[in-house]
Write a protein that binds this ligand. Structure first.
Ligand code: 7PJ
Length: 299
């Protein structure tokens, strides 16, 4: 008879395509969609809309129904020019939402934060992932993330939100993002006790990058596969689409879907987006071509 203490079968079920995210196991054998839930009063595309807890819950519920595998909750706006918030303020914004998403919806929640205090709290609140646009560079963040037991997405950026778009500069953008930065942050994580099987990487579209840098990073995104880690990308509604197409933020979905298809073809494992339903279709269609069939819908 199978003992309750026998975890061998669950361990055997975990393979290279599965990421342990707290009590959730995330299957990455096909590309997944992460829905963005901002709880900042000044987030650029849906600023202030989801501050109320009920609104946040309803919005997350809809994204899950549309096929999102993860809900990314962020309490600090990282848009260009945004002002920093205190750890307490960030925690006050994020904690009730994470708690409610876990309790009411049993959602796999990722917390978009660079703040060690929020990281320490994340696991306790039931979150399943940490998403840090500063790749655990803040003082105390490596230790806090390691202690949380959660997987961490390490994102590349150049500069800080206040100034990052002023004069982004690279000699060789792809090499600098992958070999010079992400590979070193992975090594720093491993040195701090974060095992590789808990790490994801992200080139950080729009974070200290010109349109040309962003386009080049996407075109050559296969280079990120040299690190052999799950790849997360966020291009949804970003100004790279606005600048190429001349579209305001509310008209960037078609451009974003084209980028999603290209990212999936280049090995993206997680697509971080605002428009979940449309992205799930784009992902499934692209994946069907790559697999020459399969059994859609995958989500
Ligand atoms: C990203 C993010 C991204 C990851 C934001 C926005 C700006 N986290 N948080 N990757 N972007 N991992 O949503 O436009 O690209 S905030």
């Amino acid at each position: 008879m199978k003992s309750l203490l026998d975890t061998s079968s669950t361990q055997a079920a975990e393979n290279a395509f599965q990421l342990r995210c707290g009590r959730h196991l995330l299957d990455l054998s096909f590309p997944r969609v992460m829905g963005v839930l901002n709880v900042t009063p000044d987030s650029f595309s849906d600023g202030g809309q989801h501050v109320a807890l009920d609104d946040a819950l309803r919005h997350a519920e809809r994204m899950l129904a549309e096929g999102a595998a993860i809900i990314d909750v962020g309490g600090e706006s990282t848009r260009p020019g945004a002002l920093p918030v205190s750890p307490q303020e960030e925690l006050d914004r994020v904690a009730p939402v994470v708690e409610a998403l876990v309790r009411e919806l049993d959602a796999l929640v990722s917390v978009d934060t660079s703040c060690p205090a929020v990281m320490r709290e994340a696991g306790e609140l039931g979150a399943g992932m940490i998403n840090d646009v500063r790749a655990l560079e803040r003082e105390g963040a490596l230790l806090a993330a390691a202690g949380s037991g959660l997987p961490v997405c390490l994102m590349h950026r150049q500069g800080e939100p206040q100034n990052m778009q002023q004069a982004p500069s690279y000699q060789q953008p792809v090499e600098e993002v992958v070999a010079d930065y992400l590979a070193r942050r992975v090594a720093a994580c491993e040195a701090a006790g974060l095992r590789r099987n808990r790490l994801l990487i992200d080139p950080g579209f729009g974070f200290g990058k010109s349109v040309e840098h962003n386009l080049r990073l996407l075109k050559y995104m296969q280079s990120l596969q040299t690190l052999a880690l799950p790849l997360l990308v966020g291009m949804s509604r970003k100004s790279m689409i606005g600048k190429v197409l001349g579209r305001p933020v509310e008209e960037r979905l078609p451009g974003g879907l084209a980028l999603t298809a290209m990212a999936v073809e280049r090995g993206a494992n997680i697509l971080r987006v605002h428009d979940v339903a449309a992205t799930v279709d784009a992902v499934n269609m692209t994946w069907a071509v790559l697999q020459e069939g399969g059994e859609p819908p995958l989500h």
